[in-house]
Design a protein around this ligand. Sequence first.
Ligand code: ADP
Ligand code: MG
Length: 538
Amino acid sequence: MALAFDEFGRPFIILREQEKKTRLRGLDAQKANIAAGKAVARMLRTSLGPKGMDKMLQSPDGDVIITNDGATILEQMDVDNQIAKLMVELSRSQDYEIGDGTTGVVVMAGALLEQAEKLLERGIHPIRVAEGYEMASRVAFDHLERISRRFEFSADNIEPLVQTCMTTLSSKIVNRCKQALAEIAVKAVLAVADLERKDVNLDLIKVEGKVGGKLEDTELVYGIIVDKDMSHPQMPKRIEDANIAILTCPFEPPKPKTKHKVDIDTVEKFQTLREQEQKYFDEMVQKCKDAGATLVICQWGFDDEANHLLMHRNLPAVRWVGGVELELIAIATGGRIVPRFQELSPEKLGKAGLVREKSFGTTKDRMLYIEQCANSRAVTIFIRGGMEKSQMMIEETKRSLHDALCVARNLIRNNSIVYGGGSAEISCSIAVETAADRHPGVEQYAIRSFADALDAVPLALAENSGLSPIDTLTAVKAQQVKESNPHCGIDCNDVGTNDMKEQNVFETLIGKQQQILLATQVVKMILKIDDVISPSEY
Ligand code: ADP
Ligand code: MG
């Protein structure tokens, strides 16, 4: 596209290869964009809430994913409309900043777009709509602050934190085990948290999974786990106060280069060679022992002879450990990666309070646990479960745990909460509606529409739980006004009360605020686009 001027100085736009492009302008552009955004939101709507549906997605190479996580659904979908991509970005931003609420934010944006469409049809200018939305979002933002509550917890009273994580997990496929998983998530976050500075480095929490066993067997390991076992079945399975040599050099005699020739034509020569080899091994093992190592972890393999010798000399070893893991072990245990036996020295050894090999059930699966590491507070969440040969369940558990970890981290950063189940949205809707009365201008229509759009979340929650949406919403809203109780929400699980405080369903304040901010931002952006130039279909 280029801008040019004619002889009278009037600007005009030149489209390169004009005939190959389509162009939508003005209201048509806005309507087309809104339709695209709404389509994405409509799809996610049914996944919202504890009774939300899951989506099954198949990637081009045939992998199947089943998930309930908004960000993941959108990520996996092949979206080629630019506006729809914006919605994907929206969900991703929520995921990046908060970690939870990725479905809700898209549902909210979809509702805002839907309301905007009606306003545009009534002839209200998109800019006025955008301004009205902006005002309304600020009202809602502040209102959330007002209805929020401080939420007290400490390192020895983690129950409240567990409750919040449980709310997050209750809408996931793994909700059968939400109590156990929530506890694991909270303990993991607290293990790496800096409560003084109110900060959590989630990178220190590694989430690993291994197919097999039950979801209930998922555990938190204060250390690192490696998918390897001791190189010899007779080596000890448990080493306390381990001094670990971390080696990238192989346990084998130097190989003759291709140009050399070794002639073995007599038994004696063979014997000498054999003794030579053994001497090599012996020296290598001796170097490790001299340095004080009680465990060697090798990047490379070694043959049966070396293995036997290691066992014989009582030096347990692990072989074929990947580079990344090797590095992680080195960092956690405070050791150095040693590339040559000559360079081994006591201070280069890593230290761990306990190294043990654990086998699972009747299977031959074994994992190496390195715990009580010297240097690091790093923890690992080790997920079990899933069907034979199917990573699906493990992957979804990872995603769900990610949400729970983020929620716990957010609470440590800022311990304010609002109640869930759509109660906060309903309360905001009422507040925004009231605020509209204070605006005499055209914006009031947009502000009212914003209030209506906020109802989308409780409506979707009700619908997904098999309740009649409008009736339920009206009843709950009336109750909120009558009892001036902002905690009334949708009783999705048919508990018998719709007071979310009693149900212990809450979400973080910053998460909810972020949802409103991000959704408004995206919708404003979409509304301001009035010219869409794209290559036409071919
Ligand atoms: P998101 O990806 O947006 O987090 P979820 O599928 O996790 O979407 O659903 C979150 C919504 O479900 C929130 O509005 C939350 O308040 C609500 N919710 C979660 N658990 C319950 C419950 N037990 N009762 C009612 N609402 C719930
Ligand atoms: Mg959630």
